[in-house]
Design a protein around this ligand. Structure first.
Ligand code: AMP
Ligand code: ZN
Length: 118
């Protein structure tokens, strides 16, 4: 069953009713540039289906979760920075800094990253 939530900004992007700079699409995932980039390359990969937080994933979503990472990997290879390196981040809930409640995998690249993250 298709689950969408039209009050959700990222569902609107997935549905095409809200504009975004889309750089990747497949059957289950789309990737688009973050509007407030924290690195020279900052892309968000989201499931087309609405899932609010990591806490809402279940075992049946294992393939979908893998698809998010494979989408990011594909993009990194295609763009030619996979060997230099990149960071994938998924924030869950308030203390981690989640602000949009449709899960998204941040891909950050193009600069040296610091550890620990802030
Ligand atoms: P998070 O803080 O992990 O929930 O990340 C949400 C991200 O979404 C932030 O990095 C925002 O800059 C980004 N963002 C918010 N609105 C949009 C939008 N309309 N298009 C692309 N990225 C967005
Ligand atoms: Zn949504």
């Amino acid at each position: 069953m298709k689950e969408i939530c039209m009050a959700c900004l990222f569902c609107q992007i997935a549905e095409g009713t809200q504009s975004a700079d889309i750089v990747y699409t497949d059957e289950h995932v789309i990737g688009f540039r973050d509007t407030n980039p924290q690195a020279p390359q900052h892309v968000l990969f989201i499931p087309r289906r609405h899932v609010s937080t990591i806490n809402d994933f279940n075992k049946q979503d294992a393939d979908l979760i893998g698809s998010l990472i494979l989408a990011a990997q594909h993009y990194a290879k295609e763009q030619g920075f996979s060997e230099q390196g990149y960071r994938l981040v998924m924030n869950c809930n308030r203390m981690a800094g989640q602000t949009i409640y449709h899960v998204h995998l941040h891909l950050l690249a193009g600069r040296t990253m610091h550890w620990p993250p802030g």
